[in-house]
Design a protein around this ligand. Structure first.
Ligand SMILES: Cc1cc2nc3c(=O)[nH]c(=O)nc-3n(C[C@H](O)[C@H](O)[C@H](O)COP(=O)(O)O)c2cc1C
Length: 362
């Protein structure tokens, strides 16, 4: 009802504010007997932390997760798993001017109008800091999918501004992504992107980009038409990420410029299994996975915080602001967030598929 939870069987509830005491997440519906430790969660959180490279915000948060419940003797008990991350590096004085400011393209005005009250420090509840809880929950979802289906979910920077990488979705590996500080597995384009982000930061500006995500080893049958189609739920989860402005799956918007002869994905029999020769569908047909890799793309806007931020107060008076600490391009840090959101949706649909009698390795 209040928009703080995602998923039906694997249900995640996110809580906290950017500069409150702590942030966290409750995962309800995780199957019992899954081996799980804070280490499993921490490795994903470490990929999202601020201050991880010269091109990310210099806010220093270690994002150390503590699991408060739902685990006994290293295994999940089938009861709610509550996870907490304490906020450490908050400087309220940095934000004094912000308490009244309606900053361009931030969520200050909409939160003010909707709730009549808001915690303004660091963007409060609207801050991307809240995605840390989702990444923690996503680490559990990833682990379930890996153990049950050998699923691999890999996201990477496909584009920053107009620099676009060439990536083979069948071959891309996490280690190639993590080798690049902009998280682009195309080495040459990665260097160009890095230079562009640095140059943009020096100018006090910001840039946008696109993340592509591939999920391999997803069986046919995940997705619940009519209103919980797999592609619809993926789109929703991706649009829930801060700064996202667009979503596409498979051929996406390019489908609008194609002929059916080029776009259709013909079925073929290969090694005793039916698959499609091409994958313009992006692994989903009729809202249900077809066993092909799921391929999606998410577009991010340029970071709203720039050197010369324009702001007014609720009475219309101009407010002068400095830029504070921010990411000149949010895309590299959003890569693990996209993977986590994909994992949450796929895990929820996998559990729903099993509940309706679906068989693994279909
Ligand atoms: C990883 C990540 C980091 C972000 N960091 C910033 C930031 O430093 N400054 C900023 O203005 N926006 C940042 N954003 C985006 C804002 O949270 C977002 O634009 C704002 O809350 C308004 O929401 P909307 O863009 O979804 O409409 C970040 C987004 C992500 C995914």
């Amino acid at each position: 009802m209040s928009g703080n939870s995602l998923g039906k069987l694997f249900r995640v509830t996110n809580w906290g504010e950017s500069h409150g005491k702590a942030i966290g997440v409750v995962v309800d519906g995780c199957p019992s007997l899954l081996e799980l430790s804070e280490k499993d969660i921490q490795k994903e959180l470490d990929r999202r932390i601020p201050g991880q490279s010269k091109i990310t915000t210099q806010r220093k948060e270690k994002d150390k997760v503590e699991i408060l419940s739902g685990i006994f003797n290293g295994k999940t008990t089938g009861t709610p798993i509550s996870m907490i991350i304490y906020n450490k590096d908050f400087r309220k004085e940095d934000y004094k001017k912000l308490t009244k400011a309606l900053r361009s393209s931030h969520a200050d005005f909409t939160y003010e109008k909707k709730y009549g009250i808001r915690n303004p420090y660091g963007g409060g509840r609207s801050s991307a800091r809240l995605t840390a809880g989702n990444v923690a929950a996503g680490a559990i979802a990833k682990k379930i999918l890996k153990e049950k289906l050998n699923t691999e979910i890999i996201a990477y920077t496909k584009r920053i501004k107009d620099i676009e990488a060439v990536v083979d979705t069948g071959k891309v590996k996490e280690k190639y992504v993590e080798a690049s500080i902009v998280r682009c597995p195309d080495h040459k384009k990665s260097e160009e992107m890095e230079a562009l982000v640095e140059e943009t930061a020096k100018k006090g500006d910001s840039v946008g980009g696109i993340i592509e995500c591939v999920a391999r080893n997803i069986p046919p049958g995940l997705g619940e038409p009519i209103f919980d189609k797999l592609d619809a739920d993926l789109a929703k989860a991706m649009m829930d990420i801060n700064a996202v402005k667009g979503f596409e799956i498979g051929s996406g918007f390019s489908a609008a410029g194609m002929y059916g002869t080029a776009h259709n994905d013909p079925f073929i029999m290969e090694a005793g299994k039916i698959r499609t020769k091409t994958n313009n569908s992006g692994g989903v047909q009729g809202g249900i996975s077809n066993g092909m890799p799921i391929i999606l793309r998410v577009a991010f806007k340029p970071t709203a915080t720039i050197q010369k931020q324009k702001a007014i107060d609720m009475k219309g008076n101009d407010i002068k602001l400095g830029a504070g600490r921010h990411d000149p391009c949010v895309v590299p840090r959003a890569v693990p967030i996209v993977e986590a959101m994909a994992a949450l949706v796929l895990c929820d649909h996998y559990l729903r598929f099993k509940a309706l009698g679906g068989k693994d390795g279909n």
